[in-house]
Ligand binder design. Structure first.
Ligand code: BG6
Length: 455
C-alpha cells in the first residue's frame, strides 16, 4: 500500500452523530483548503436521498462548522448517498455500483464497533475491498482479548498499512508538538531521564458530565474511554526515543516501544471515583459501578525512565476543562548563596487544550539587596487553539495513506495489556462531589501534591 491518494471517501454512519458533529465540519475544512476533490459517499441504513444527506450536512455545518457557503456547497456537490442494510451483504452491491471505476476507496467506519466485522465482511463479499483502506474509531475492543479479535478480523482483509485507527489526541497540534519540541531542542535530551526528572503529572479534566452519553459511558468508564487510549498516547509522545527513520513506520515503532515498556497496572496504582449524581443520568444503572474519575500511577520499565512515577488523572465534573502535562525536575541539591532552602524545582508545563502553551518553571532573584529568589514561568509558546481540527488533519492523512498519527494494532494491544489487570479486578469506587478534583483518596496515590491546572 503506497502513499497515493484515495480516490473516494466512503463513510458509514452518514446519518449518525459522529458524522453530524465531526465529519461534515472536517470535510468542509478539507474542501476549503482544496485538500478534497473526490466523490464522498455517505452510507447509512435509512432510506435517505442524497438531498436529505446534503440538508443534514448543511445543518451540521451551521451548528458545528465555520460558516463558509462556498466550501459548504462544494462539499454538497461531492456528496453521494447509498443505503445499505449492513446485515444483508447483497445490499452492498449498490455501493459497488456507486464506486464505479474507483481504485483506492477509503472506508470510514463511523459506526458502533459491534458492526465493524459485519460491514467489513459485506464489503469483502461484494468486491468492494480491492485497493481499499479503512478508518476506525475507538474503542478498539473493550479489553485485550476483544482487541486481539478485532485485529485478527482486520488483518484477514487489510494489511496493517491500510488500517487507520483514529485516536484523535494524536491529531492534536499540541500532542504533535510534545514530540517536535523535544527533538528540535537538544538541550532537552540531556535531562530527559530518571536522573533529572522527579515525576510527571498528566491531567485531563472535564467540567461537564457524560453529556447525554450515559448509555455509552456505562460500557466504558474513564479508564477505557480516555486512559487506555488518549492518555497512554500522550505518555508515549512524551517519552519516546527519536525515531530511527523519517518514514511513518519508524515514528509509530517508537511510540509502540514505549507502550510495551509501561508496567501493567496493579490495584494499588489506581483510585476510581464516581461523581455524585451520575447514577441519575439517562442510560445509567441505579447501582452503577462505572468510574467517571480515575487517578493512576504508571511506571516505565526502561533504562531512561525506571523509577519515575507518571501520575495521570482524568474525570468528568471536575472544576475546569483542561488537559495539561507537568514534568517536574528534581529539586536542586543545595541553596543558592546565603539562602536557607534550595530553590524550587524546574518544570516543563505543556498545556494541550483548550489553548496550547509550553512553559518552563524557573527561579530568578527578586530585585533588591537580598539574595532571594522567586518562582517565575517562561512561556515558550502560547496560542489560542488548534490550527487544524484533529479530524481534518487525520482524515487528510488517511486519504494520503500517511499513518504517522494513527494507532498501530500492536500498540493498541500493548495499551490494553497495561490496563487489563485492573479491569479484571473488582476495585473500590469513591464518590466525589461535582466541581471538585475528585475523591480525597486520590491524594494518597501521589507523593506530594497534585498539580491542579487553571481553567
Ligand atoms: C473522547 C471521549 O474520546 O474524548 C470523551 O470519548 C472525551 O469522553 C473526549 O470527552 C475528549 O476529547 P477532547 O478533544 O475534547 O479533549
Amino acid at each position: 500500500m503506497g502513499t497515493s491518494q484515495s480516490d473516494a471517501l466512503v463513510f458509514f454512519g452518514a446519518t449518525g452523530d459522529l458524522a453530524f458533529k465531526k465529519i461534515f465540519p472536517a470535510l468542509q475544512a478539507m474542501v476549503k483548503r482544496s485538500h478534497l476533490d473526490v466523490p464522498i459517499i455517505g452510507v447509512g441504513r435509512s432510506a435517505w436521498t442524497v438531498d436529505q444527506l446534503r440538508a443534514r450536512a448543511r445543518e451540521s455545518l451551521e451548528q458545528h462548522g465555520e460558516a463558509d457557503p462556498i466550501a459548504c456547497e462544494t462539499l454538497c456537490r461531492l456528496l453521494h448517498y447509498v443505503r445499505v442494510d449492513y446485515a444483508d451483504s447483497s445490499t452492498f452491491q449498490a455501493l459497488r455500483k456507486e464506486l464505479g471505476g474507483v481504485e483506492q476507496p477509503l472506508y470510514y467506519l463511523a459506526i458502533p464497533p459491534s458492526l465493524f466485522t459485519t460491514v467489513i465482511e459485506g464489503l469483502a463479499k461484494s468486491g468492494c475491498l480491492d485497493g481499499a483502506r479503512v478508518i476506525l474509531e475507538k474503542p478498539f475492543g473493550r479489553n485485550l482479548a476483544s482487541a486481539q479479535e478485532l485485529n485478527r478480523t482486520l488483518h484477514s482483509y487489510f494489511t496493517e498499512q491500510a488500517i487507520f485507527r483514529i485516536d484523535h489526541y494524536l491529531g492534536k497540534e499540541s500532542v504533535q508538538n510534545l514530540m517536535y519540541f523535544r527533538f528540535a531542542n537538544p538541550f532537552f535530551e540531556t535531562g530527559w531521564n530518571r536522573h533529572s526528572i522527579q515525576r510527571v503529572q498528566i491531567t485531563m479534566a472535564e467540567e461537564f458530565g457524560v453529556a447525554g452519553r450515559g448509555r455509552f459511558y456505562e460500557e466504558v468508564g474513564a479508564i477505557r474511554d480516555v486512559v487506555q487510549s488518549h492518555l497512554l498516547m500522550v505518555i508515549a509522545c512524551l517519552v519516546m526515543e527519536q525515531p530511527s527513520g523519517r518514514d511513518y513506520e519508524s515514528i509509530r515503532e517508537e511510540r509502540v516501544k514505549v507502550l510495551k515498556m509501561i508496567r501493567p497496572l496493579i490495584p494499588s496504582d489506581v483510585v476510581r471515583g464516581q461523581f455524585r449524581g451520575y447514577r441519575r443520568e439517562g442510560g445509567v444503572a441505579p447501582e452503577s459501578q462505572v468510574e467517571t474519575f480515575a487517578a493512576l500511577r504508571f511506571y516505565i520499565d526502561s533504562e531512561r525512565w525506571a523509577g519515575v512515577p507518571f501520575y495521570v488523572r482524568t474525570g468528568k465534573c471536575l472544576p475546569v476543562t483542561v488537559t495539561e502535562v507537568l514534568v517536574e525536575f528534581k529539586r536542586p541539591g543545595c541553596p543558592v548563596l546565603d539562602e536557607i532552602e534550595p530553590p524550587l524545582p524546574n518544570y516543563f508545563r505543556f498545556r494541550l487544550s483548550p489553548d496550547v502553551t509550553i512553559a518552563v518553571g524557573a527561579t530568578t532573584k527578586v530585585p533588591g539587596q537580598a539574595m532571594v529568589g522567586k518562582r517565575i514561568e517562561l512561556v515558550a509558546q502560547q496560542c489560542s487553539g488548534e490550527e487544524m481540527d484533529p479530524y481534518e488533519r487525520l482524515l487528510g492523512d488517511a486519504m494520503n495513506g500517511d499513518a504517522t498519527l494513527f494507532a498501530r494494532g500492536d500498540g493498541v494491544e500493548a495499551a490494553w495489556w497495561v490496563v487489563q489487570p485492573i479491569l479484571d479486578t473488582p476495585m473500590s469506587l469513591h464518590e466525589y462531589e461535582a466541581n471538585t478534583w475528585g475523591p480525597g483518596e486520590a491524594d494518597r496515590l501521589i507523593e506530594g501534591d497534585w498539580h491542579n491546572p487553571s481553567g
